[in-house]
Design a protein around this ligand. Structure first.
Ligand code: FAD
Length: 513
């Protein structure tokens, strides 16, 4: 590798660069404090203690009685995003009720949960500092890429540390949310019910934060002949353990991070593994220069190099380390790095090189006992794992409230607020090129800051809103693919800067277009 390329990376990962690590000091706009709480008046409505007395008066239709929770905020879901929302709205002085359909916190990272997409071997793909909440760092003695069970411990500690559990109604599902007016500052009627039955109950809230996750509703491909295929077919959301592929001939469809993980597992545990991908990808190792690759990448980003130079540098470095992927039988990437969601997997190319994984192109059709690929090759798997991704779903909301188009794609302002109502926000509805929870922290801080301003100085809050970013703006400096897999894709740094600017405008009194 030419010495000057090595030098750029060396500078990037040096301690000197480390001292300017932007993630060591979170985005903290002037005048906005995350901890301790923003100074605010006590909530108008006392915190709920008993579900029955609070819910007893509610009813199922709009003509029936509704329990008015005053200026309280409703949060849907107690995964990492919902927990951040509870904490930040609480710190801005709001009373918060969170409804969670499961019986514990952690969302996707609690693999006992019915809809959890994680499998027993799941570890973080993003490294610790890019995943954690800025005001609650993961312990120093945890590894760079913790196991899913460690992540669950993290969320449990976060919930306990900030006293969040008393705000959560477990085993309770939100089934409907309707605005009570067309005004931007509308309140919301939220209908809930126990997951195991019981009456529907409706409560009125000043604002709603939707944090229902977007990695639980499988996106299923419609291959010809799939229904008649004799083998076992499962979506990755139903893949839990290597026992499901042990000793079997396995086809894994899809080359996202999950598909690559499962293919690697099938290479080690199965009798044979084919891995089908529609296009070539950049399979980046999880470590570069002895550091987590996302941290190295971010240091280079911090040097202020233009996108084209960063892309060139990355391509050159990949060529000199991982090498020419086509030599392994993998298709060459048909796009530049950063134009698709990053794949971090150090083992995929290794197992292709050892013959454990046979790369194949897209599936053309299924027959009863075999699969035919677009290049005419065939395979006879016993198990097919469709790692074909997930789609966002909001069964409890009318599509116009999240700007849903004919393909179901949401169009939010700042990828956070409902297009017409800042009292409706969506926490964690992003797919960053980093971890998600640092970002969710700042999203929910912005939503809470806006609601506080709307209560104290409504005209300023509305002035800010009327100049808001247009619905559906993309927050990436690269030309990201327009596939459903990339609808929610953001460059973490571009997006954090946008949130920072929005928070600064909101709290400084300046309103910029
Ligand atoms: C295999 C895999 C690996 C991943 N690796 C990473 C990684 O390395 N880094 C990273 O940052 N992200 C990763 N992710 C993305 C992951 O989805 C997010 O980290 C995280 O789970 C998002 O948190 P969330 O709270 O937004 O959603 P979730 O964790 O999905 O939580 C949503 C919660 O809402 C509840 N809920 C849903 N609907 C309702 C309703 N109607 N009423 C009441 N409750 C409801 C659910 O029960 C759930 O508890 C990974 C995802 C997968 C599948």
């Amino acid at each position: 590798m030419p010495a000057w390329i090595v030098r750029i990376w060396e500078i990037a990962v040096s301690d000197e660069a480390a001292s300017t690590d932007r993630h060591a000091e979170p985005v903290r706009p002037a005048g906005v404090r995350s901890v301790p709480a923003a100074p605010v008046a006590a909530p108008a409505v006392p915190a709920p203690r008993s579900g029955d007395d609070r819910l007893a008066t509610a009813a199922t239709d709009r003509t029936a009685e509704v329990s008015d929770r005053g200026d309280a905020v409703c949060v849907i879901g107690a995964g990492g995003s919902g927990l951040a929302a509870i904490k930040n709205f609480k710190q801005y002085g709001f009373d918060v009720d969170c409804y969670e359909r499961e019986t514990g916190v952690g969302g996707a990272w609690n693999w006992r949960h019915e809809r959890s997409p994680v499998y027993s071997s799941t570890h973080l793909i993003s490294s610790k500092p890019f995943t954690q909440f800025p005001d609650f760092p993961m312990p120093d003695d945890w590894p760079d890429y913790p196991h899913h069970s460690t992540l669950l411990t993290y969320f449990e500690r976060y919930a306990d540390h900030f006293g969040l559990r008393e705000h959560i109604w477990f085993g309770t599902e939100v089934v409907k949310i309707v605005p009570t007016s067309d005004e931007p500052t509308t309140t919301w009627d939220v209908t809930v019910r126990g997951v195991h039955g019981g009456a529907l109950k409706t409560l009125r809230y000043a604002a709603v934060v939707v944090a229902n996750g977007h990695n639980w509703a499988p996106k299923l491909p419609g291959y010809p002949g799939l229904d008649a295929f004799a083998g076992t077919v499962l979506h990755a959301s139903a893949y839990k353990d290597a026992a499901q592929v042990r000793g079997k001939r396995v086809l894994v469809v899809g080359a996202g991070n999950t598909g690559c993980d499962i293919a690697v597992e099938a290479a080690q545990q199965g009798a044979r593994c084919w891995h089908s991908s529609r296009r070539g990808y950049w399979y980046a190792p999880k470590y570069a220069f002895g550091r987590p690759a996302d941290q190295v990448n971010d240091r280079v980003l911090g040097m202020g190099l233009p996108l084209a130079i960063r892309q060139w540098l990355f391509h050159a470095t990949m060529r000199m380390t991982v090498g020419d992927l086509t030599r392994f039988g993998l298709p060459a990437p048909d796009h530049k790095i950063y134009e698709t969601h990053p794949i971090a997997n150090s083992q995929l190319v290794y197992h292709v090189g050892h013959g454990g994984i046979v790369p194949v192109p897209d599936v053309e059709r299924f027959e009863r006992n075999q699969v035919v690929f677009t290049d005419g090759r065939t395979a006879d798997p016993e198990v097919v794992v469709l790692a074909t991704g997930y789609l966002p779903r909001f069964e409890f909301l009318a599509p116009e409230l999240y700007g849903g188009d004919e393909r179901g794609r949401p169009h939010l302002r700042w990828q956070l607020f409902g297009p017409a109502h800042p009292t409706l926000s969506f926490a964690g509805l992003v797919q960053p090129d980093s971890g998600i929870f640092t970002i969710v922290h700042w999203q929910t801080e912005l939503a809470a800051a806006w609601l506080r301003l709307a209560e104290s100085t409504p005209e300023r809050a509305l002035q800010w809103w009327h100049r808001a970013a247009e619905p559906g703006r993309r927050y990436s400096d690269a030309d990201v693919k327009d596939s459903s897999r990339h609808w929610l894709e953001i460059s973490h740094w571009v997006y954090l800067k946008a949130l920072q600017r929005a928070l600064t405008d909101l709290t400084s009194g300046k309103v910029r277009a």
